[in-house]
Design a protein around this ligand. Structure first.
Ligand code: CP3
Length: 354
């Protein structure tokens, strides 16, 4: 199946493009009424993830509304710990939680690396079904959480904590945390490679909580394992390169180190100036980002101004994939997301001569 709009993949590989491509983290989500409608039909969020036909439906919803340059698999990073048997559930208004968080040595040693062709087959089925439904319109992004970010949820047992459990383990029994991270890294590598085999055309690692670590702990407990994953990833599929994107939220001070692990692109949150980031690492990697998602609460005129600032700061030439600095808020008016996509497509042409 030929993909007709290659702009996103070309930008990741720093090949010339006519305009700056854009997609939005969490582009399929609660700010879209049609998403809420499908989720209600599924019953709950996890059933939505586990029913390939419905996951396909919501993946395509934002593309029906906006001329986005990439689709992202509709799923969640917590599918891996769920497949490891930790008992994932979503409590109303609380976000994700685990029935059996990992705390003691025996359960860490018993932790099994899930087989993507077994417990996670539903994700691979969603990837192939989405590729078919896309019919070559835009490329499909596969994704996973980073070993450290997954470990945060596995050990804390829930989101929104002060990381007390995982950091106590990190400082008191680092070898235990390393055992978990090693298994997570193997699980993520197999999972992403299976997504590539099923049709994912680029992959992204979400290291949402790596920025909570100290300078040295980040390198030892997060970056090291992401490098291991990148080293183990398939680099080509269907005769095309499969670029990788690494996003550490709060990682702005560590961009050089991130760009060094062999990924094709680095995701940026909104706290760093993208032109400054380009000066630091732009020779080596492409950059993805980095509009503050809260800009989308403001008027379309303000959105246009903020888009222009980021495009001008990145400057001329390829290697930029426009995105938000983190996921789109559920309170975003959908028309504002539309205004963003249009602004990026129109205003970016003057920065490309291809
Ligand atoms: O970008 C996309 O459109 C693809 C889908 C996607 C989801 N989660 C859907 C989702 C992706 C890429 C993720 C990744 C994810 N999941 C991350 C890393 C990125 C990030 O946002 O930092 C993390 C930390 C998770 C774990 C997770 N899943 C949390 C913390 C929550 C609750 C968030 C909230 O706002 O309540 C989820 C649930 C979730 N994952 C939703 C969606 C659309 C909302 C669930 C719902 O419909 O109620």
């Amino acid at each position: 199946m030929k993909t007709t709009n290659h702009t996103f993949l070309r930008a990741l590989l720093k090949q010339p493009v006519e305009y700056t491509p854009i997609w939005m983290m969490r582009q399929a989500g609660r700010y879209l009424p049609e998403y809420n409608e499908t989720r209600a039909r599924a019953g709950d969020f996890l059933s939505l993830c586990k029913t390939p036909a419905l996951a396909t439906e919501v993946t395509l919803q934002p593309l029906e509304r906006f001329p986005l340059d990439a689709a992202i698999l509709f799923s969640d990073i917590l599918t891996i710990p769920d497949a490891m048997g930790l008992g994932l559930f979503f409590a109303q208004g609380e976000g994700p939680m685990f029935e059996r968080p990992l705390r003691d040595e025996a359960s860490i040693q018993a932790l099994k690396i899930p087989d993507p062709g077994d417990e996670l087959q539903y994700v691979m089925d969603a990837v192939s079904e989405i590729r078919k439904a896309l019919n070559g319109r835009v490329p499909l992004i596969g994704f996973s959480g980073s070993p450290f970010t997954l470990a945060c949820y596995m050990i804390e047992g829930r989101g929104g904590t002060d990381f007390r459990e995982i950091k106590t383990m990190l400082y008191n029994s680092p070898e235990l945390l390393h055992q978990i991270l090693e298994k997570n890294a193997q699980a993520v590598t197999a999972y992403l490679n299976a997504q590539i085999d099923s049709g994912a055309q680029a992959v992204m690692i979400f290291d949402t909580w790596g920025g909570a670590l100290s300078h040295s702990a980040y390198r030892e407990f997060s970056l090291h394992y992401m490098r291991q994953i990148i080293d183990g990833l398939k680099r080509e599929s269907e005769g095309m390169p499969v670029p990788s994107i690494v996003f550490t939220k709060g990682g702005g001070l560590w961009l050089k180190a991130i760009a060094d692990i062999g990924c094709d692109a680095v995701g940026l949150d909104w706290t760093i100036d993208i032109g400054e980031a380009r000066k630091q690492v732009g020779e080596k990697v492409a950059l993805q980002g980095n509009l503050d998602p809260s800009v989308l609460f403001s008027s379309p005129q303000v959105i246009v101004k903020e888009v222009e600032k980021i495009l001008a700061s990145y400057g001329s030439g390829s290697g930029h994939v426009f995105n938000l600095g983190h996921g789109i808020s559920q309170f975003t008016p959908p028309e504002h997301a539309g205004a963003l996509v249009e602004a990026v497509h129109t205003l970016s042409r003057k920065f490309h001569s291809a």
